[in-house]
Write a protein that binds this ligand. Structure first.
Ligand code: DX5
Ligand code: ZN
Length: 219
């Protein structure tokens, strides 16, 4: 049974002078997840925001499920501050060398769900040994670092491969896509097994955000 589709609008495409209002716009259109992109200028060539921003969004009253995507060279150092700030799920990349398994376990210990992320150039096989230990697998559909890039259609076979492992092993992790997602590309990803759709530019630029979120939820 495929999991119900879920939209995770990305705060990166919101108004950085008023992120609390951007989070409210997400909740107002019926979405329950908020994707938070954390970049360190090392693992990716860009900087965004840190745990204090998540804590501030929480203090402003947001009850959204904070889906926190750490694009960090040393994510293991920052798990606790993000958990304390109110993250609900913390995803870490497979590419840098650190104790992936131990870091996933630490995320769980702190009461959060955990996810593993792969860049476009990283083969599915690199995460196969970890799929029994995660709540989410995030397949990047652009090279991470910037919003507004074009969807990489060549990631569809990777989604199918991970989805087939999930069925074969009766696992229940969410399969998320991130980068260049709009209604058309979300449809293609859904057909390839994805159920969780990060949408930055397409969500915040939508004239009718409620209708856009409903179309994703209806895929
Ligand atoms: C890219 C980030 C994405 C980004 C997606 O590095 O991980 O979450 O916000 O933005 P769009 O939807 O504009 O491609
Ligand atoms: Zn992201």
């Amino acid at each position: 049974m495929p999991l119900p589709p879920l939209i995770a609008p990305s705060l990166l495409a919101g108004d950085h002078a008023n992120l609390a209002a951007s989070a409210r716009a997400v909740a107002d259109c019926g979405a329950t997840w908020l994707h938070c992109d954390i970049m360190d200028g090392h693992f990716v060539p860009n900087l965004t925001f840190g745990p204090e921003t998540l804590a501030a969004v929480r203090r402003a009253g947001s009850k959204l499920f904070l889906d926190t995507h750490l694009m960090l060279a040393e994510p293991q150092k920052y798990i606790e501050p993000f958990a304390r700030a109110g993250a609900n799920l913390i995803s870490i990349h497979i590419e840098p060398a650190y104790d992936h398994r131990g870091t996933l376990a630490r995320i769980r210990q702190l009461g959060c769900q955990c996810g593993i992320v792969l860049n476009p150039g990283t083969p599915a096989a690199s995460i196969e040994a970890l799929i029994g230990e995660v709540d989410l697998v995030l397949v990047m559909t652009v090279q991470p670092g910037f919003g507004g890039q074009s969807f990489r259609r060549d990631m569809l076979p990777k989604l199918k491969e991970i989805d087939s492992w999930r069925s074969a092993r009766s696992l229940r992790f969410r399969l998320e896509v991130d980068g260049g997602i709009d209604l058309a590309t979300a449809k293609e990803c859904r057909a390839a097994g994805a159920d969780t759709f990060v949408a930055g530019t397409s969500f915040f630029k939508a004239a009718d955000k409620t209708a856009f979120a409903a179309s994703i939820a209806g895929l």
